[in-house]
Design a protein around this ligand. Sequence first.
Ligand code: FES
Ligand SMILES: [Fe+2]
Length: 385
Amino acid sequence: MLRYEPVYYDADKNMSEATRTVLQPDAATTREIDQQTDPGFLWDFWYPASRSTEIRVQKLTRALLLEVPLVLGRTAEGKVFAMRDACPHRGIPLSYGRLDGSAVECSYHGWRFDACSGQCVEIPSLTSQDKLKVERVFAGHFPCEERDGYVWVFMNAPGTRVPEKVPEVPALAVFSEKYKTIHLSCELPSHIDHGIIGLMDPAHGPFVHQSWFWRKRASIHEKAKQFEPIPNGFRMSPHSPSTNSAPYKLLKKMTGEPVTTVIDFVLPNLRTEIDRSGKMWFSSRATVTPVRRDLCRIDFVAAWNLPFPVFLFRPFAKTFLRQDQETMIQQAEGLKHNPRLMLIDDADRQAKWYFALKANLLESRRTGTPMVHPMDGPVTLRWRS
Ligand code: FES
Ligand SMILES: [Fe+2]
């Protein structure tokens, strides 16, 4: 596997030149590296890196996102931050160091960096004779925010600067002041693309998720669902959900009003589902986040105001995730040998849209032209599940 050569430079002599070299490597070199090792990630999006509860004050925590090692922490004021887990001096992971108030101190030579900006604030070895401008040294850092119980990190592409205007962190839709929530996650030994198309696959339900509370294999029937394009994704248009699922039947019984469901997929990795019936609502989001090219993680968060206690809901959701996880473990076994694969109409059409959205987004970024949406307009898909 191709690796970046370490870059050494004489910081005292030519700081600004050197900084530029590190931040913007020669375009030709970057292209060559990309072609040989492109892991198929989508950069310049927010990804959940960790649960909020795992990031505690004055403690450094490691995370890996899109094969980028990160060190996460929380300053004394409670603000979360994400830095590249490598000291810009000699590359030792900053996570071996310590967090002191709002500065991370490297364990090797004690350089200290402001945790939220990455800016160096102290180099202990410098004497009064040294001309090095400490404030011009930066450790890699990423925009970092908390939402819905997660620490999100905006992953800008390697070798680029963080854009001046970073989009909003995705938020889970909620429809009342009081509600219950649940967070679950599980890892899949899969490339992000397999993780995502598995998440949106409509045909595996009756086989993988067979259970008394969801559906039986015998309940398979033909469905027609309308889809429409939305920015960076597609929407299963509002509809009354599957009549062979117990939870939806129950919801309808409780409110006596029709249930409507809206399911969206939006790049890079978000699937949201909102079920509403009268005043009752259930809202969930699953994200599939690339950790490495052969590993991704599903983070599932749900909120609801239905009178279902969390302790009743949790085992169902866990069973669901485990069934998907076991399937993906088995699939990874088959994919090791590089088999030829198929995408069929209409059951795999959402997967086709995902690949087209991703390709068109990359193309629009490459050319600087507006992104072409792969869907012309609303379309009805039919499958049996
Ligand atoms: S390697 Fe971090 S201070 Fe030297
Ligand atoms: Fe599933």
